[in-house]
Design a protein. Sequence first.
Length: 312
Amino acid sequence: MAIQWYPGHMHKARKEIEKVMPQVDLVIEVLDARIPFSSENPMVAKLRGEKPCIKLLNKSDLADPKVTQDWIEYLEQEQGVKAMAVSTLQPGSLKKITELCRKLVPGRDKIEKDIRTMIMGIPNVGKSTIINTLAGRVIAKTGNEPAVTKSQQRINLKNGIVLSDTPGILWPKVDNEASSYRLAVTGAIKDTAMEYEDVAMFAAEYFLAAYPEAICERYKIEELPRDDIGLLEAIGRKRGALRPGGRIDLHKASEIVLHEFRSGKTGLLSLETPAMAEIEKAEVERMLAEKAAAEEAKKEAQRLKKAGKRHR
Protein backbone atom coordinates (compact mmCIF):
# COMPACT_ATOMS: atom_id res chain seq x y z
CA MET A 1 0.00 0.00 0.00
CA ALA A 2 1.46 3.35 -1.02
CA ILE A 3 1.08 5.95 1.71
CA GLN A 4 1.86 9.65 1.41
CA TRP A 5 3.64 10.59 4.66
CA TYR A 6 3.43 14.06 6.15
CA PRO A 7 5.68 16.46 4.25
CA GLY A 8 9.05 17.82 5.22
CA HIS A 9 9.22 18.27 9.02
CA MET A 10 10.85 14.93 9.89
CA HIS A 11 14.44 16.13 9.71
CA LYS A 12 13.70 19.33 11.64
CA ALA A 13 11.81 17.42 14.36
CA ARG A 14 14.67 14.95 14.74
CA LYS A 15 17.21 17.77 15.08
CA GLU A 16 15.05 19.45 17.77
CA ILE A 17 14.78 16.20 19.74
CA GLU A 18 18.53 15.49 19.45
CA LYS A 19 19.28 18.97 20.80
CA VAL A 20 17.03 18.61 23.87
CA MET A 21 17.64 14.90 24.64
CA PRO A 22 20.87 15.37 26.69
CA GLN A 23 18.89 17.43 29.23
CA VAL A 24 16.11 14.81 29.53
CA ASP A 25 15.93 12.34 32.45
CA LEU A 26 13.11 10.15 31.13
CA VAL A 27 11.25 9.50 27.86
CA ILE A 28 7.49 8.86 27.69
CA GLU A 29 6.37 7.23 24.46
CA VAL A 30 2.65 7.11 23.72
CA LEU A 31 1.58 4.06 21.69
CA ASP A 32 -1.80 2.93 20.41
CA ALA A 33 -2.78 -0.07 22.56
CA ARG A 34 -4.38 -1.72 19.51
CA ILE A 35 -1.08 -1.55 17.56
CA PRO A 36 1.87 -1.09 19.97
CA PHE A 37 4.40 -2.44 17.46
CA SER A 38 3.14 -0.50 14.43
CA SER A 39 2.69 2.76 16.38
CA GLU A 40 6.19 2.59 17.87
CA ASN A 41 8.64 4.96 16.17
CA PRO A 42 12.03 3.21 15.82
CA MET A 43 13.65 6.66 16.01
CA VAL A 44 12.63 6.98 19.69
CA ALA A 45 14.81 4.04 20.82
CA LYS A 46 17.79 5.41 18.88
CA LEU A 47 17.41 8.93 20.27
CA ARG A 48 16.78 8.01 23.92
CA GLY A 49 19.78 5.68 24.22
CA GLU A 50 19.87 4.21 27.75
CA LYS A 51 17.50 6.73 29.36
CA PRO A 52 14.54 5.10 31.17
CA CYS A 53 11.31 4.98 29.17
CA ILE A 54 7.62 4.71 30.01
CA LYS A 55 5.55 3.25 27.20
CA LEU A 56 1.90 4.28 27.53
CA LEU A 57 -0.53 1.98 25.75
CA ASN A 58 -3.23 4.58 25.13
CA LYS A 59 -6.76 3.84 23.87
CA SER A 60 -6.65 0.67 25.98
CA ASP A 61 -10.44 1.09 26.37
CA LEU A 62 -10.68 0.07 22.67
CA ALA A 63 -8.14 -2.80 22.72
CA ASP A 64 -8.40 -6.47 23.65
CA PRO A 65 -7.41 -6.47 27.38
CA LYS A 66 -5.75 -9.91 27.20
CA VAL A 67 -3.58 -8.84 24.24
CA THR A 68 -2.75 -5.53 25.98
CA GLN A 69 -1.46 -7.43 29.01
CA ASP A 70 0.69 -9.59 26.70
CA TRP A 71 2.12 -6.39 25.21
CA ILE A 72 2.95 -4.91 28.62
CA GLU A 73 4.91 -8.05 29.56
CA TYR A 74 6.64 -8.11 26.17
CA LEU A 75 7.66 -4.42 26.20
CA GLU A 76 9.00 -4.64 29.77
CA GLN A 77 11.53 -7.27 28.71
CA GLU A 78 13.57 -4.34 27.35
CA GLN A 79 16.04 -2.82 29.83
CA GLY A 80 14.78 0.38 31.51
CA VAL A 81 11.26 0.16 30.05
CA LYS A 82 8.01 0.23 32.02
CA ALA A 83 4.71 -0.12 30.20
CA MET A 84 1.19 0.72 31.32
CA ALA A 85 -2.29 0.68 29.77
CA VAL A 86 -4.06 4.05 29.87
CA SER A 87 -7.11 5.73 28.40
CA THR A 88 -7.80 9.43 28.05
CA LEU A 89 -11.46 8.59 28.76
CA GLN A 90 -10.38 7.31 32.19
CA PRO A 91 -8.25 10.19 33.60
CA GLY A 92 -7.60 8.20 36.80
CA SER A 93 -5.40 5.81 34.80
CA LEU A 94 -3.13 8.76 33.88
CA LYS A 95 -2.43 9.79 37.48
CA LYS A 96 -0.10 6.82 37.91
CA ILE A 97 2.25 8.26 35.27
CA THR A 98 3.76 10.85 37.66
CA GLU A 99 4.31 8.16 40.34
CA LEU A 100 6.09 5.99 37.78
CA CYS A 101 8.30 8.92 36.68
CA ARG A 102 9.47 9.33 40.28
CA LYS A 103 10.20 5.61 40.63
CA LEU A 104 12.26 5.53 37.44
CA VAL A 105 14.26 8.69 38.26
CA PRO A 106 14.58 8.57 42.07
CA GLY A 107 17.74 10.72 42.17
CA ARG A 108 16.02 13.95 41.06
CA ASP A 109 13.56 13.84 43.98
CA LYS A 110 16.41 13.60 46.51
CA ILE A 111 18.08 16.78 45.23
CA GLU A 112 14.69 18.49 44.89
CA LYS A 113 15.05 19.10 41.18
CA ASP A 114 12.33 18.69 38.56
CA ILE A 115 12.27 15.44 36.62
CA ARG A 116 12.72 16.45 32.99
CA THR A 117 10.67 14.23 30.70
CA MET A 118 10.10 14.19 26.97
CA ILE A 119 6.78 12.90 25.63
CA MET A 120 6.73 11.44 22.12
CA GLY A 121 4.25 9.66 19.91
CA ILE A 122 3.00 9.34 16.35
CA PRO A 123 0.11 11.57 15.21
CA ASN A 124 -3.41 10.88 16.44
CA VAL A 125 -2.27 8.58 19.28
CA GLY A 126 -3.75 10.83 22.01
CA LYS A 127 -0.52 12.47 23.18
CA SER A 128 -2.00 16.00 23.41
CA THR A 129 -5.00 14.83 25.45
CA ILE A 130 -2.64 13.06 27.88
CA ILE A 131 -0.60 16.27 28.28
CA ASN A 132 -3.72 18.34 28.95
CA THR A 133 -4.96 15.80 31.53
CA LEU A 134 -1.59 15.72 33.32
CA ALA A 135 -1.37 19.52 33.32
CA GLY A 136 -4.98 19.98 34.44
CA ARG A 137 -5.45 22.62 31.74
CA VAL A 138 -5.54 22.92 27.97
CA ILE A 139 -1.99 23.37 26.73
CA ALA A 140 -1.67 21.12 23.72
CA LYS A 141 -4.09 21.27 20.81
CA THR A 142 -6.10 18.11 20.29
CA GLY A 143 -7.96 16.81 17.28
CA ASN A 144 -8.81 13.69 15.30
CA GLU A 145 -6.75 14.86 12.35
CA PRO A 146 -3.14 13.65 12.49
CA ALA A 147 -0.21 16.06 12.98
CA VAL A 148 -1.80 18.74 15.16
CA THR A 149 1.29 19.54 17.30
CA LYS A 150 3.64 21.58 15.11
CA SER A 151 6.59 22.48 17.33
CA GLN A 152 8.26 21.54 20.59
CA GLN A 153 7.10 23.12 23.87
CA ARG A 154 8.01 22.79 27.57
CA ILE A 155 5.25 22.33 30.15
CA ASN A 156 5.81 22.58 33.90
CA LEU A 157 3.27 20.28 35.56
CA LYS A 158 3.98 22.06 38.90
CA ASN A 159 4.42 18.73 40.67
CA GLY A 160 8.16 18.25 40.23
CA ILE A 161 7.85 17.12 36.62
CA VAL A 162 8.55 19.16 33.48
CA LEU A 163 7.36 17.79 30.13
CA SER A 164 8.92 18.56 26.75
CA ASP A 165 6.29 17.97 24.10
CA THR A 166 7.44 17.03 20.59
CA PRO A 167 5.63 17.27 17.25
CA GLY A 168 3.79 14.05 16.40
CA ILE A 169 6.20 12.44 13.99
CA LEU A 170 5.93 9.54 11.62
CA TRP A 171 9.12 8.19 10.16
CA PRO A 172 9.56 8.79 6.42
CA LYS A 173 9.13 5.15 5.45
CA VAL A 174 7.55 2.10 7.06
CA ASP A 175 9.38 -1.03 5.91
CA ASN A 176 6.70 -3.40 7.20
CA GLU A 177 3.67 -3.28 4.88
CA ALA A 178 1.33 -4.78 7.51
CA SER A 179 2.24 -1.92 9.87
CA SER A 180 1.29 0.60 7.17
CA TYR A 181 -2.12 -1.02 6.90
CA ARG A 182 -2.65 -1.10 10.66
CA LEU A 183 -1.75 2.58 10.99
CA ALA A 184 -4.34 3.27 8.29
CA VAL A 185 -7.00 1.08 9.95
CA THR A 186 -6.67 2.97 13.27
CA GLY A 187 -6.72 6.40 11.61
CA ALA A 188 -3.08 7.38 12.34
CA ILE A 189 -2.81 8.19 8.63
CA LYS A 190 -5.12 10.71 6.98
CA ASP A 191 -7.99 8.99 5.19
CA THR A 192 -7.16 10.92 2.02
CA ALA A 193 -3.80 9.13 1.84
CA MET A 194 -5.25 5.64 1.41
CA GLU A 195 -7.66 3.49 -0.56
CA TYR A 196 -10.60 2.86 1.76
CA GLU A 197 -11.53 -0.51 0.28
CA ASP A 198 -7.92 -1.70 0.34
CA VAL A 199 -7.52 -0.86 4.05
CA ALA A 200 -10.95 -2.25 5.00
CA MET A 201 -10.12 -5.54 3.24
CA PHE A 202 -6.94 -5.82 5.33
CA ALA A 203 -9.01 -5.22 8.49
CA ALA A 204 -11.74 -7.64 7.40
CA GLU A 205 -9.25 -10.43 6.72
CA TYR A 206 -7.72 -9.98 10.17
CA PHE A 207 -11.09 -9.79 11.96
CA LEU A 208 -12.21 -13.02 10.27
CA ALA A 209 -9.13 -14.80 11.58
CA ALA A 210 -8.82 -13.25 15.05
CA TYR A 211 -12.31 -12.11 16.10
CA PRO A 212 -14.95 -14.00 14.08
CA GLU A 213 -17.47 -14.08 16.95
CA ALA A 214 -17.27 -10.32 17.62
CA ILE A 215 -17.81 -9.61 13.91
CA CYS A 216 -20.79 -11.96 13.60
CA GLU A 217 -22.36 -10.46 16.73
CA ARG A 218 -21.85 -6.83 15.71
CA TYR A 219 -23.16 -7.21 12.17
CA LYS A 220 -25.74 -9.95 12.90
CA ILE A 221 -24.13 -12.31 10.37
CA GLU A 222 -25.26 -15.91 10.82
CA GLU A 223 -22.75 -17.65 8.56
CA LEU A 224 -19.15 -16.45 8.56
CA PRO A 225 -18.04 -15.40 5.03
CA ARG A 226 -14.98 -17.11 3.56
CA ASP A 227 -12.88 -14.04 2.76
CA ASP A 228 -12.46 -10.29 3.19
CA ILE A 229 -14.61 -9.26 0.20
CA GLY A 230 -17.32 -11.70 1.31
CA LEU A 231 -17.33 -10.08 4.76
CA LEU A 232 -17.52 -6.53 3.37
CA GLU A 233 -20.38 -7.59 1.08
CA ALA A 234 -22.24 -9.24 3.98
CA ILE A 235 -21.85 -6.08 6.10
CA GLY A 236 -22.92 -3.89 3.17
CA ARG A 237 -26.03 -6.03 2.66
CA LYS A 238 -26.92 -5.91 6.39
CA ARG A 239 -26.44 -2.13 6.59
CA GLY A 240 -28.16 -1.21 3.32
CA ALA A 241 -24.97 -0.04 1.62
CA LEU A 242 -26.41 -0.70 -1.82
CA ARG A 243 -26.07 0.82 -5.28
CA PRO A 244 -28.75 0.84 -7.99
CA GLY A 245 -29.59 -2.68 -9.05
CA GLY A 246 -28.90 -4.03 -5.56
CA ARG A 247 -25.11 -4.10 -5.98
CA ILE A 248 -23.07 -3.72 -2.78
CA ASP A 249 -21.42 -0.32 -2.31
CA LEU A 250 -18.00 -1.56 -1.16
CA HIS A 251 -16.77 1.96 -0.35
CA LYS A 252 -19.72 2.55 1.97
CA ALA A 253 -19.29 -0.89 3.58
CA SER A 254 -15.57 -0.14 4.06
CA GLU A 255 -16.38 3.16 5.80
CA ILE A 256 -18.74 1.33 8.17
CA VAL A 257 -16.09 -1.28 9.07
CA LEU A 258 -13.31 1.27 9.69
CA HIS A 259 -15.37 3.86 11.56
CA GLU A 260 -17.01 1.27 13.82
CA PHE A 261 -13.65 -0.33 14.64
CA ARG A 262 -12.13 3.07 15.47
CA SER A 263 -14.99 4.02 17.78
CA GLY A 264 -14.96 0.63 19.56
CA LYS A 265 -18.46 -0.31 18.39
CA THR A 266 -17.15 -3.58 16.93
CA GLY A 267 -15.79 -4.60 20.33
CA LEU A 268 -12.46 -4.55 22.15
CA LEU A 269 -10.15 -5.62 19.34
CA SER A 270 -6.37 -5.48 18.92
CA LEU A 271 -4.75 -5.63 15.48
CA GLU A 272 -1.43 -7.27 16.42
CA THR A 273 0.20 -9.47 19.06
CA PRO A 274 3.83 -9.70 20.29
CA ALA A 275 4.21 -13.01 18.42
CA MET A 276 3.15 -11.34 15.16
CA ALA A 277 5.59 -8.48 15.80
CA GLU A 278 8.50 -10.91 16.26
CA ILE A 279 7.74 -12.68 12.97
CA GLU A 280 7.32 -9.40 11.08
CA LYS A 281 10.51 -7.87 12.53
CA ALA A 282 12.50 -10.91 11.40
CA GLU A 283 10.92 -10.71 7.93
CA VAL A 284 11.73 -6.99 7.59
CA GLU A 285 15.35 -7.63 8.67
CA ARG A 286 15.66 -10.39 6.07
CA MET A 287 14.12 -8.17 3.37
CA LEU A 288 16.42 -5.21 4.20
CA ALA A 289 19.49 -7.51 4.28
CA GLU A 290 18.57 -8.89 0.83
CA LYS A 291 18.06 -5.35 -0.48
CA ALA A 292 21.43 -4.21 0.92
CA ALA A 293 23.16 -7.29 -0.59
CA ALA A 294 21.56 -6.58 -4.00
CA GLU A 295 22.72 -2.93 -3.84
CA GLU A 296 26.24 -4.05 -2.93
CA ALA A 297 26.29 -6.57 -5.80
CA LYS A 298 25.15 -3.86 -8.21
CA LYS A 299 27.91 -1.47 -7.04
CA GLU A 300 30.51 -4.25 -7.33
CA ALA A 301 29.35 -5.06 -10.89
CA GLN A 302 29.63 -1.38 -11.85
CA ARG A 303 33.11 -1.17 -10.30
CA LEU A 304 34.31 -4.24 -12.22
CA LYS A 305 32.80 -2.86 -15.43
CA LYS A 306 34.70 0.42 -14.98
CA ALA A 307 37.90 -1.44 -14.10
CA GLY A 308 37.53 -3.60 -17.25
CA LYS A 309 37.18 -0.49 -19.46
CA ARG A 310 40.34 1.01 -17.97
CA HIS A 311 42.41 -2.11 -18.77
CA ARG A 312 41.40 -2.32 -22.41
